[in-house]
Design a protein around this ligand. Structure first.
Ligand code: ADP
Length: 259
């Protein structure tokens, strides 16, 4: 806390009292810490692939290019790491755009089913690679106030995660229904789950429960931070229920369109 004090002096120099102004700066200190952590995280995330690109290309230049097998495998790594850099920078730019003051989404009546069919299409290949399947539960047509492209982005992200953190040959259930004034979408997986204590943290930028697993699967740790911002830009809510070893439910609630 910061405090300033000043005497209050009346006529003839008589002391009347003291005015003390106190500023609670704990929120500012907290925000400053978040900013510093963010910069440190970005630097770390950028440094890792750059170090590897630099190291492997130097070894190639030093003569490893002459061995075709070695050259191919090094080039493969360099290619993979540059892809990772590209995705990371895309996600960072996206997050910074979404976090700008004045960022808004174009809200019109949007049927959730159409959005989810598109998101399922975009993730189908990844699903097949893990021999997994979708189960779709649409009670009836649910129309929300939303920006279709942003909603596709939200659900594609959540479905990718559901696949990424699941075991092979399991099912991802996509359930859509109405509750009170909300259009609700649940993405339910039968994956590794998230510990209770970690649940509130998964929306933080760069937070990953298992860094190595996320990195290996091409995750940047920014997906859920982006999703949360987008849901909030729709005046919606996102909730997580999870049990370790059993699976996770990501629930997105969006304002229903009322004609
Ligand atoms: P990432 O790119 O690492 O997936 P996200 O921001 O999308 O980053 O998610 C943050 C972390 O939350 C992940 O690293 C993972 O540990 C956890 N997580 C997200 N979705 C799930 C899920 N469906 N099941 C289990 N863990 C999940």
């Amino acid at each position: 806390k910061l405090a300033y004090g000043a005497p209050v002096v009346g006529d003839h120099g008589r002391w009347l009292g003291v005015v003390i102004v106190m500023h609670d700066v704990s929120e500012l200190v907290r925000l400053e810490q978040i900013r510093k952590d963010f910069v440190a995280n970005v630097s770390h995330e950028l440094r890792t692939p750059i170090t590897s690109i630099k190291g492997f290309s130097e070894t190639l230049l030093d003569g490893a290019y002459k061995d075709e097998g070695m050259a191919l495998s090094f080039l493969e790594i360099i290619h993979q790491e540059s892809n990772r850099l590209q995705i990371l920078i895309q996600d960072l730019l996206e997050l910074s755009k979404i976090e700008q003051h004045g960022f808004s989404v174009d809200i019109i009546p949007t049927p959730l089913q159409e959005v989810l069919v598109r998101a399922a299409d975009l993730t189908a290949q990844r699903l097949e690679e893990k021999n997994m399947q979708f189960q779709v539960e649409f009670a009836k047509e649910v129309v929300v106030e939303g920006d279709a492209n942003r909603l596709i982005q939200i659900f594609t992200n959540l479905i990718f995660n559901a696949i990424m953190y699941s075991f092979e040959e399991t099912t991802v259930t996509i359930r859509v229904f109405e509750k009170d004034k909300w259009g609700v979408v649940e993405i339910i997986d039968e994956g590794i789950g998230i510990k209770k204590s970690e649940i509130p943290r998964v929306f933080e930028r760069f937070y990953r429960v298992d860094r190595a697993r996320s990195r290996d699967s091409g995750g940047t740790g920014l997906g859920l931070a982006i999703v949360k911002h987008l849901v909030e830009a729709h005046h919606g809510k996102i909730q997580v229920e999870s049990e370790v070893g059993k699976g996770t439910t990501m629930r997105v609630m969006l304002p229903l369109h009322t004609p």
